[in-house]
Design a binder for this molecule. Structure first.
Ligand code: ZN
Length: 167
């Protein structure tokens, strides 16, 4: 079983299923469960449990099998939570994030940026030149913005993350 008190795992889970969801899974008994039974036993709202379980399912952190009652035709969901997959999901998230930061850095280095004194928005050269370097929001002049610092910060972040991946 994964340690839900690990700060990174916890943060990931809170983002995914909310603090309520995390509390719900902490109360779940180990092994296969039936949502209605758990709801009654632990005294949590059935919709909260279902929402949490489906969210986990979408992220491959839970699976279910359905059984139809031959008499009533009702479906029962038997759920299994696979929190051991969290590490895997975190790795995927991490690589996605790293990819986004790399893309952002490329965008920053491929473009020239313009801003006004009121910081209404940030415009790339092509957009700024269309309005003759006048801010379309406030009408003030647009100035070139130095993004060296930002690029250095992004590169720093990338090398940090790359070194984590390699370790
Ligand atoms: Zn402006």
């Amino acid at each position: 079983m994964i340690n839900t008190s690990d700060p990174i795992v916890n943060l990931y889970l809170v983002r995914l299923i909310g603090a309520d969801g995390v509390n719900i899974i902490k109360k779940m008994p180990p092994g296969e469960i039936v949502d209605e039974v758990v709801a009654a036993e632990v005294g949590i709202d059935i919709n909260g449990i279902r929402r949490t379980l489906f969210k986990l399912y979408e992220n491959r952190l839970a699976s279910y099998r359905r059984e139809r009652n031959p008499e009533t035709g009702w479906l029962t969901y038997h759920w299994t939570i696979h929190l051991d997959n969290v590490e895997n999901r975190l790795d995927i998230e991490f690589e996605k994030l790293l990819g986004n930061i790399k893309e952002r850095l490329t965008f920053e280095s491929d473009n020239t940026f313009y801003v006004c004194n009121n910081n209404c928005a940030r415009f790339i050269f092509e957009t700024a030149s269309e309005t003759d370097f006048i801010c379309p929001v406030c009408g003030e002049e647009l100035f070139h913005q130095d993004n060296e610092k930002l690029m250095r910060r992004l590169s720093g972040r990338i090398s940090e993350m790359d070194s984590v991946l390699r370790s």
